[in-house]
Design a protein around this ligand. Structure first.
Ligand code: FES
Length: 144
């Protein structure tokens, strides 16, 4: 009986680890809460100052939305939430030294908007969450 207790005691650290390991899997960009929204922006009014290759921050999503204009008629919309630990609720901010690079003020992960919001440096492994952005006439519809 004593041997049984010893083996269970030896297994305790492994059982503890088994519960801890899934928490490392939060770095997926999947835990960012789903927020339903519809935002309509006028190309020649709301986005008149958004040139090709530029970005604009608007309210919406979880921590705000980054709109990136890839070309004349192609736009991307990313949530500002850092994907390393979404529960930190940290919003990426533009790196003043590198154009199109956004950085988490908590972990220092950087994301490259012209590369699909993929992490460029730092500990984050998953891209910023991208929302739908479709242009119809002169109205950009951003939605989830
Ligand atoms: S959000 Fe907490 S580390 Fe980037």
């Amino acid at each position: 009986m004593r041997d049984m207790r010893m083996s269970f005691k030896n297994m305790l650290p492994w059982i503890f680890l088994w519960f801890l390991l899934p928490s490392c899997e939060t770095n997926r960009g999947e835990l960012i809460p789903y927020v339903e929204f519809d935002i309509y922006l006028l190309l020649y009014a709301d986005l008149a100052d958004l040139g090709i290759g530029n970005t604009k921050v608007i309210d919406g999503g979880v921590n705000g939305i980054l709109i990136y204009r890839e070309s004349d008629l192609v736009f991307h919309a990313y949530d500002r939430t850092c994907t390393l630990w979404p529960e930190h609720d940290a919003a990426v901010v533009e790196d003043p030294t590198f154009f199109g690079v956004f950085e988490c003020p908590v972990c220092g992960s950087t994301y490259l908007l012209m590369n699909g919001g993929e992490p460029n440096s730092g500990p984050a492994r998953y891209p910023l969450v991208e929302y739908n952005a479709s242009l119809s006439g002169d109205v950009l519809h951003i939605y989830n």
